[in-house]
Structure formats: C-alpha cells, structure tokens
Design a protein around this ligand. Structure first.
Ligand SMILES: *[C@@H]1O[C@H](CO)[C@@H](O)[C@H](O)[C@H]1NC(C)=O
Ligand SMILES: *[C@@H]1O[C@H](CO)[C@@H](O)[C@H](O)[C@H]1NC(C)=O
Ligand SMILES: *[C@@H]1O[C@H](CO)[C@@H](O)[C@H](O)[C@H]1NC(C)=O
Ligand SMILES: *[C@@H]1O[C@H](CO)[C@@H](O)[C@H](O)[C@H]1NC(C)=O
Ligand SMILES: *[C@@H]1O[C@H](CO)[C@@H](O)[C@H](O)[C@H]1NC(C)=O
Length: 250
C-alpha cells in the first residue's frame, strides 16, 4: 500500500513538473523507437556530469512504475555508466503491451527536483518501421565502418538521418552542404528501402551511441572504436583541422 502511494505521488509529481514545463527537457524532436515483437532494445540516456552522484531512473507511463539504475531483471536492465555520463536501459522480450511512452529521469537535488533527460515512445511491430542490420558495430582507429539502416517504404519521402546521441549532431541523406563532415557519408541504397552510413578515418572519440532514423522512427546502435592493431599505420583525418598525420602503434 505504501509502495503504491509512493509511486502514485511520484507519478503525479512528474506530470506536475511536466505541465509546468520546468523540466529541463533536452529538446530532442519526437522519438519513436521501433522494435520487433519479442526483440530487445537498449536506450542510452545521457546526463549532465553534475548529476553523476544523483539518483537516476527509468519511468514508464504505462505501468506507472520506476526503476532505479543498477537494477537487472530478466527483461529489464538499467545500468549507470558514470564515466560516460550516461545510463543505459535494456528492455528484452518486448510485446505489444510495452507500447507507450518512457522517460529517463534524474533527481536533481534542487528545483525542479526532477529532470527528464530523455523521452521516447516504444512501438513494437512485427516488421519495425526502422531497423539496423546489426545493433552493435565496431571499427579500428583510423579505419572505416559502415552500417545499413532499413526503413519501410512509406518513409521514402521522410527525412533520413544518422545521429549521435551525445551531442545531437546529425547527417542527412541527400544533403551535400559543407556543414556535413566528409568523414561521414550517408546515401540511399538502390530500391529505396535502406540507406548506408560510412564513417571513415575513425577516431577513438567516435565511440558511442548513434541512431538511424526515418521520419520520427529510429533505432539505436553502439559504435565501438578500438585502438589500431599493433604494427598498422593509421592515417587519421582530423576533422577539425583538416590535417592528416600518421600514428604508428607498436
Ligand atoms: C519476461 O518476458 C517473458 C516473455 O514475455 C515473460 O514470459 C516473462 O514472464 C518475463 N519475465 C519477467 C520477470 O517479467
Ligand atoms: C552503478 O554501477 C556503476 C558501475 O558499476 C557504479 O560506478 C555506480 O556507482 C553504481 N551506482 C549506484 C547508485 O549504485
Ligand atoms: C575507407 O574509406 C575510404 C573512402 O571510401 C577509402 O578511400 C579507404 O580506402 C577506406 N579504408 C579502409 C581501411 O577500408
Ligand atoms: C608504416 O609506415 C612506415 C613509415 O611511413 C613504413 O616504413 C612502414 O613500412 C609502414 N608499415 C606498414 C605495415 O604499412
Ligand atoms: C564535423 O566535425 C567537426 C570536428 O570533429 C565538428 O566540430 C563538427 O560539429 C562536425 N559537423 C557536423 C555536422 O557534425
């Protein structure tokens, strides 16, 4: 009974702050994560460094429950990675009943007491609107990697992007202006049901969470960049300075 009351109070306070509009909401446009029935998904929630010590949780509009970080259950893991200023939420065995809105929340220890750092809608589908060929990709420092993003035909006319969660920077299919880095190439494949992202001259700092999207539908992926293999010369095109230099790993 007490537990229920606490949850309820929490639920009301979250909406209270939402309605007042005083939550420092990150400003992402609407995100709809599309996942296959029975599948799983990992959602990254980046938070400000100042919240490293604060309590973080995952909050579902559907069952009005909250789960604190560092909790692992059969179908749900919420893990804090303070060194990266993010916590990840992994949901497994997803079914239709999991459709709905979810929030990554931190307790601020100040006013407003609750900060919604990320909001997403989950859409469980037998054929997801957007999916990635693999949910985890890797490459070596100085090397390349490419990933293919599939989307259903009704998204052909929608904006198609490859974005990094951390700084919200995006690359758009078909855009050729110079604001996009030449180290990221993104192009539609023949048939118009997929696009391919190619990142060249990978740097260790390129590691992290990305997503590919079509319209508001998206799918996240983790990119791991490992140090170049010993004995290989890597030519890293440093994007900021437009200079190329060689690093030799022994
Ligand atoms: C996890 O999901 C499966 C499939 O939906 C379900 O049978 C099982 O009871 C779930 N486990 C928990 C602990 O909820
Ligand atoms: C959660 O786990 C991380 C990594 O193991 C640890 O650094 C952090 O202190 C833990 N947080 C809490 C609240 O237990
Ligand atoms: C990476 O891609 C660039 C541009 O397509 C190409 O010139 C280079 O040979 C590729 N490098 C590797 C290691 O595949
Ligand atoms: C790496 O570069 C050095 C100097 O440019 C060269 O002597 C060496 O043969 C290169 N090694 C490989 C594996 O390409
Ligand atoms: C391109 O790369 C530079 C240096 O890494 C970065 O400052 C800039 O924001 C990037 N541009 C885009 C559109 O991501």
């Amino acid at each position: 009974m007490t537990a229920y009351a606490n949850t309820n109070t929490f639920y009301i306070s979250i909406w209270f702050w939402l309605i007042l509009g005083v939550v420092s909401y990150s400003g992402w446009s609407k995100h709809v994560l599309t996942v296959q029935t029975g599948g799983s998904v990992t959602i990254p929630c980046h938070y400000d460094k100042k919240y490293t010590q604060q309590k973080k949780y995952w909050f579902s509009e559907i069952d009005k429950s909250k789960t604190y970080t560092n909790k692992t259950e059969e179908n749900l893991s919420v893990i804090d990675h303070p060194d990266q200023s993010l916590f990840t939420v992994t949901m497994r065995n997803l079914q239709n009943k999991h459709n709905g809105h979810y929030y990554c929340v931190v307790e601020t220890g100040e006013q407003p007491p609750i900060n919604i750092i990320y909001e997403t809608q989950l859409k469980i589908q037998s054929a997801p609107d957007v999916s990635l060929v693999s949910s985890s990709v890797s490459g070596h420092e100085g090397g390349n990697f490419s990933v293919q993003c599939l989307y259903s035909s009704e998204y052909q006319i929608k904006l198609r992007q490859w974005c990094r969660y951390k700084d919200q920077s995006c690359y758009t299919v078909g855009r050729t202006d110079t604001s996009q880095n030449s180290s990221v190439q993104i192009s539609d494949d023949d048939g118009g049901r997929s696009f391919t992202v190619l990142m060249t001259g990978l740097r260790l700092t390129d590691s992290g969470w990305y997503f590919c999207s079509a319209g508001e539908a998206l799918n996240p992926v983790y990119l791991t960049v490992t140090e170049a293999e010993p004995g290989t010369n890597v030519s890293i095109n440093h994007k900021c300075f437009d200079t190329t230099f060689e690093i030799k790993h022994n």
